[in-house]
Ligand binder design. Structure first.
Ligand code: SAM
Length: 277
């Protein structure tokens, strides 16, 4: 995303979390949403276009990544959230108390979010903010993380939630590669879109998919990052990731909601780890 204006989806995600604050054990989103006059309307627009599946997918992934963070706190002491938006989840988890939390986002988005945190009187003193455009060369990302206090020798969890599809595939691979090359012990979490559910060759697989993609383009947030899951596995192994787990979204839908309503084989949740001596 070029991010010359506010992200409509970032605000809509906040509205979904605010509406499901109890289920998500989310202490911040309601306070934040009060300061975002368009958030609910944006959420309605996205839900209308997807027959409610936008909200469902945000709740699902929020539940999954929350559980993943709680689990990771058993092993790791440093957390880096990429394209974090309004996500302050780690600061509300006792499991991450006293550990190191870095929030990375495009400088434009981050300035906007930080201003909202201040207005909402949310204490972010435990958060180290790193403003960075993830389309920039990954060496610069690593330099910026180091300059902001990230310790490459510390056991680290990286989460890139709800954002990889805004980046070109190769840009996503470059970020994954840079982490694998620099960190000794870490886990990389992300949600990724399966190209086969969207395209046959270079043509959208259906009129519905074509309309959804056109809509995202129209609101200035086109999806451009699509992945072949087999290629992803191969590339991650080549980068030095040891264990690569890809969970289909429908498995999580079954686990958390007990029924599958969203399209299958569409989105995958990645956990890939590096363990080096
Ligand atoms: C849909 S929001 C998801 C936010 C957050 N991960 C969450 O789940 O609440 C997409 C995020 O991608 C970020 N983003 C878009 N373009 C970016 C870029 N070039 N560099 C870094 N982050 C970017 C936006 O600023 C926004 O925070």
């Amino acid at each position: 995303m070029s991010l010359k204006s506010k992200s409509l989806t970032m605000e809509a995600v906040c509205a979904v979390r605010a509406a499901n604050a109890d289920l998500l054990k989310d202490p911040y989103s309601q306070k934040i949403a009060l300061l975002l006059p368009d958030a609910e309307k944006n959420c309605e627009i996205l839900d209308r276009g997807s027959r409610g599946m936008f909200s469902r997918s945000v709740v699902l992934r929020s539940l999954y990544f929350r559980d993943a963070l709680i689990d990771q706190a058993k092993h790791h002491t440093q957390l880096i959230v990429l394209s974090a938006g309004f996500d302050l989840r780690a600061t509300s988890l006792p499991e991450w108390k006293g550990k190191h939390f870095f929030s990375v986002d495009h400088p434009y988005s981050q300035a906007f979010c930080r201003n909202v945190f201040t207005q909402a009187e949310i204490d972010v003193s435990d958060v180290k903010f790193v403003g960075f455009d993830l389309n920039r060369p990954p060496k610069e990302l690593m330099d910026s993380l180091r300059d902001n206090g990230v310790d490459f020798n510390e056991p680290t969890t990286v989460v890139w939630e709800g954002a990889t599809y805004y980046f070109a595939k190769e840009a996503v691979y470059q970020v994954m590669d840079a982490f694998a090359a620099n960190f000794k012990q870490f886990a990389f979490y992300a949600d990724l879109i399966n190209i086969k559910s969207f395209f046959e060759g270079d043509k959208p697989v259906s009129v519905g998919v074509e309309k959804n993609l056109a809509f995202l383009e129209k609101i200035g947030e086109p999806w451009i990052g699509f992945f072949d899951m087999e290629e992803l596995r191969t590339r991650l192994k080549e980068m030095g990731y040891h264990a690569v787990q890809l969970i289909p979204r429908e498995d999580l839908e079954q686990k958390y909601f007990g029924e599958i309503l969203m399209s299958r084989d569409n989105t995958y949740f990645l956990k890939a780890t590096v363990e080096r001596n």
